[in-house]
Design a protein around this ligand. Structure first.
Ligand code: R1P
Ligand code: URA
Length: 297
């Protein structure tokens, strides 16, 4: 249940202006954001803050932690999994923050390149992979491809460049890979995982992705929605208001059927947190805020 009564069916908010799902209001969220899937990852990141100034868990599973890092406010939000959760997050934080937003997704993925579990992939672009639902249930559409692959949407190039440099500095250059990320609407069928309980028709899917995009490196479930909404964001005059990038830890090695160990995960989260916070600390919000301060959250 929401914490209090809502008004406005078009964009529901409570009597204090709190959004319906993320439950954030003006003043809760910084212009510099990190979004993660797992609340435990958000809490580990928050340990690197000098202090925490706001924390809230929403009834729909969003965890918001706003803290101060080297004098600069940064908000970490854990959103759970999938395209809809990214959509809720981006639209609801956009509604309660004035000025530009810079958002770095810090997630996990499966590698379809040489990157091994524990390595980091920077998604310099992302594309969608959707099950073509009608293909499976409408005999007239049986000839269509079982999966729809969208065009690539680029990440913000300056943000990606700085993030990649920081990750290479903290992790070592040989552990950081850059390329196109496939963002699927399932962990299973549309990431080419095989099983016998459903007709998924996906045995050749990963090969098709690599053929479509020679720089295809990884598979996860939110990056394309983030880049798409950043590209579709507008200040009313056609100028985008959101810049975005992604650093994703390889959890599953899809080529060699390997998986990350807990120890590798701890090291990766530690080094990525430093890299992401330093990248956000140095970002000047496109010149909108050259001297960020603690009081500006
Ligand atoms: C699947 O296990 C989840 O892990 C990945 C996928 O995108 C999906 O959300 O990212 P997170 O670790 O950020 O949740
Ligand atoms: N997250 C995904 O979406 N896929 C993987 O293989 C690993 C993490």
């Amino acid at each position: 249940m929401p914490v209090s009564a809502m008004s406005d069916a078009n964009f529901p908010v409570d009597d204090q202006g709190r959004t319906y799902h993320v439950e954030c209001k003006h003043g809760d969220i910084a212009n510099r954001l990190v979004t993660v899937g797992d609340p435990a990852r958000a809490r580990l990141m928050a340990k690197k803050f000098d202090k925490i100034v706001f924390e809230h868990s929403s009834h729909r599973g969003f965890l918001i932690i706003t803290g101060i890092y080297r004098g600069v406010p940064i908000t970490v939000v854990s959103i759970g999994m999938g395209l809809s959760m990214m959509d809720f997050f981006v639209r609801e934080v956009r509604a309660v923050v004035d000025g530009p937003l810079v958002i770095i997704r810090f997630g996990s993925c499966g590698s379809i390149c040489d990157a091994q579990p524990g390595n980091i992939i920077v998604a310099d672009s992302a594309y969608g992979i959707m099950r073509n639902y009608d293909h499976f249930t409408n005999p007239a559409k049986k000839n269509e491809e079982p999966y729809i692959i969208t065009d690539k949407v680029p990440a913000d190039s300056a943000l990606t460049k700085n993030l990649t440099e920081k990750l290479k500095g903290f992790m070592g250059g040989d552990k950081v890979f850059v390329g196109a990320n496939g963002c699927a609407d399932s962990f299973y069928g549309s990431q080419g995982r095989l099983g016998s309980h459903f007709r998924d028709e996906n045995t050749g899917l990963i090969q098709r992705l690599k053929k479509t995009y020679s720089d295809a490196v990884s598979l996860e479930m939110e990056a394309h929605m983030l880049y798409h909404l950043a590209a579709a964001s507008t200040d009313g005059e056609g100028n985008p208001t959101i810049r975005a990038a992604c650093a994703i830890i390889v959890f599953a090695g899809r080529n060699g059927n390997t998986f990350i160990t807990p120890e590798q995960s701890v090291i990766a989260v530690e080094n990525c947190t430093k890299s992401i916070f330093e990248t956000l600390y140095e970002d000047n919000l496109g010149g909108a805020e050259l001297h960020p301060t603690e009081g500006s959250v």
